[in-house]
Write a protein of this length. Structure first.
Length: 367
């Protein structure tokens, strides 16, 4: 059964965000550029309001992006995720063996300047431990498995990041931003998960699970969509000067990033097909295998090479590309869902919840 036929059968519908998503992305990006260009003080203020290298306005927007996916997770299912070994192994091999080596190779091929090259390499060293959960949610992937894998990646980053940086950059004493990693993990995963689970517990008891899965998650999905667009506006307004003043350089630095995303997603999907994973697990592995924790890369580049360095500039390119690329990847993966084990026979997407409101359906691990 095709995805379209499946959606018609189950009464699925696209909300305002998904239906016109590329229009919203273009408007948010252009709006951010215009805002940053016409009122440069906005970008300066965004950069100043930060802690441990994390922009607090950006962190606030990302927190609300992450809250709905975390409210959707059912903690009781984590036990099942620990027994689902194949997707976890794929992501760990991809994140810690393939992705760093691939980004190093691409940077050496396409970026001859040492500082710019170092910034690109840094983007490939730290796997994403926050925003990637939204991409899993958007792709109708296995969120529970994703939470577990991102927790493993956060701990692994603390243990491996310094050694990986020293090996691939060829410099000693690569700093491990412990506070930054801890802060971003708590703010973007731990806190939304805690608040989301408290909301699930009390609102389900008060209003019932049908209301929570239908009405509440539907409204929170709209909040998440608006917060994602706000994230784009903030990123492009703060970096608008860099993009407009160095368009050719920015485009050139995008090439290894773009190829890295495409190759990693393709490898993750290929490995998932080979191991006969179902669609939710495949979407999870593809999203995590291709994402980077740009906050860590940017912070490390600034410490090693300086705030205004070429390395710091190069690390900014990754997050600017991530939203349009990951949105496209999620939509392409969802279109491919019928080709995977289990296909799209179960409603893995937006469905009618209580009172006819569309909501994101929970995907069970292993279904």
């Amino acid at each position: 059964m095709s995805v379209a036929a499946h959606e018609r059968r189950e009464g699925l519908s696209l909300g305002w965000f998904e239906r016109f998503i590329y229009l919203w992305i273009i408007l948010a990006g252009v709006g951010g550029l215009v805002l940053g260009r016409t009122i440069p003080q906005i970008g300066e203020a965004i950069e100043r309001i930060s802690w441990q290298g994390v922009s607090l306005p950006l962190a606030t927007a990302m927190f609300f992006v992450m809250l709905p996916p975390m409210a959707k997770v059912k903690i009781a299912e984590i036990k099942n995720a620990t027994r689902n070994v194949k997707p976890t192994l794929i992501t760990l091999v991809a994140n810690w063996l393939i992705a760093p080596a691939l980004m190093w190779a691409l940077a050496n091929v396409f970026v001859p300047e040492p500082e710019y090259r170092a910034g690109i390499i840094l983007l490939g060293l730290a796997p994403c431990t926050a925003m990637v959960l939204f991409w899993i949610y958007f792709a109708r992937g296995n969120l529970v498995q994703g939470v577990m894998v991102t927790a493993i990646n956060a701990v692994s980053t603390l243990l491996l990041y310094g050694a990986m940086g020293t090996f691939y950059l060829g410099v000693g004493g690569v700093p491990v931003p412990f506070l930054l990693i801890l802060f971003s993990s708590v703010l973007f995963v731990g806190l939304p998960l805690l608040i989301g689970q408290l909301a699930r517990h009390y609102l389900t008891r008060l209003k019932g699970e049908a209301w929570f899965e239908g009405r509440f998650l539907h409204v929170m999905g709209d909040v998440s969509a608006v917060a994602l667009l706000a994230t784009m506006v903030i990123m492009f307004s703060s970096q608008g000067g860099v993009i407009l003043e160095n368009p050719v350089l920015v485009l050139r630095l995008m090439v290894p990033n773009l190829l890295h995303y495409l190759i990693m997603i393709s490898l993750a999907v290929g490995a998932s097909r080979l191991l006969r994973l179902n669609y939710p697990d495949t979407a999870m592995t593809a999203m995590i295998s291709s994402s980077s924790q740009f906050e860590v890369a940017i912070g490390t580049a600034m410490v090693l090479f300086g705030v205004g360095s070429g390395a710091a500039l190069a690390t900014v390119i990754g997050p600017l590309l991530e939203i349009p690329l990951m949105v496209t990847a999620a939509k392409v993966l969802w279109k491919m869902a019928p080709r995977f084990k289990g296909g799209a026979d179960k409603p893995v997407g937006l469905r009618r919840g209580a009172h006819g409101a569309p909501s994101a359906a929970t995907v069970e691990a292993g279904e």
